[in-house]
Design a protein around this ligand. Sequence first.
Ligand SMILES: [Mg+2]
Length: 367
Amino acid sequence: MRLRRIETFTNRFIGFVRITAEDGSTGWGQVSTYNSDITATVLHRQIAPWVLNRPFDEVDALTDLVIEREHKFPGSYIKRALGGLDTAIWDLRGRREGKPVTSLIGGTPGKLRCYASSMRRDITPEAEADRFTRLRDELGFDAFKFRVAAEYGHDVDEWPGRTETIIPTIRKALGNDVALLVDANSGFSPQRAIEVGRILQDNGIEHFEEPCLYWELEQTKQVTDALDIAVTGGEQDCELPTWQRMIDMRAVDIVQPDILYLGGISRTLRVCRMAQAAGLPITPHAANLGLVTLFTMHLLRAIEGAGKYLEFSIEGRDYYPWQEGLFVESPYAVTDGHVTVTDKPGWGIEVSPEWLARSQYEVSEVG
Ligand SMILES: [Mg+2]
């Protein structure tokens, strides 16, 4: 089966991709969020010429071909754009077979436990504790992630003492029956991360994400080796050899690929196989309610070694205004702290026609 057309519908925050095969069947995917208009340009200019009128049955072979042909452009943008193509191919397959994507990769529809994921550091420890308590009571979440350090803060906190205060404040407010996770977003030196890690351990926190500059794998490994708490990371990494190195050296205890930063479901499955071979759990990164969280739901219902929960962003209109009105029906209803992968074909969603009508449109097709 050959690819005939690639269409993109974007704004600067998010971009959807529709592909059409030679038999007229279609599939919908999404490029990664942020600068999605630029990413769509990359898709049309640097990827479409290599993939149009070519068989797409072997997705790994297709993405490898693009990466080799565009070898002067390693890094993020090509992978973000490939994510849009890959996820549209998986949707097309699902629609054609009448099965959800999770079933195509060995899973089943059903529920997934979520952790409520805060994106904010401008929030006081008390306000964050109030927010989590409300979410627990209203939606039944029993796992929460909050932020420590300052993003790329080089040991300077968001404000003095915030990290030391928020850890016990959240634990005290939520009690001992909930799982607590933290994210440092590359904010610490190894020494400071180990110091903070001991406070986390004393408060029963179970997941310490991205303690050090993420590209300094040896720094992260130093923290992992020094602490008992699970050190986690990998969301930014989009090159497969980096993943292999990170896993071989056990830089982290839990791997966190982001399906769209990495280049799609097929490339994420390759990272999952590396992690499975090493016995490391997989708790992917999914930081917004564009399609990345839905893609991650289908993945987690399918893979061996899936972590304990799905990352589920709790930020709304004030923080992510671009998330509003994307779908005809939201796939993100939470009940008892769980979301559900349905048995609808493909990803099981329809992008809102009103949203599409307001987007920037571009098409590449076989001439
Ligand atoms: Mg993170």
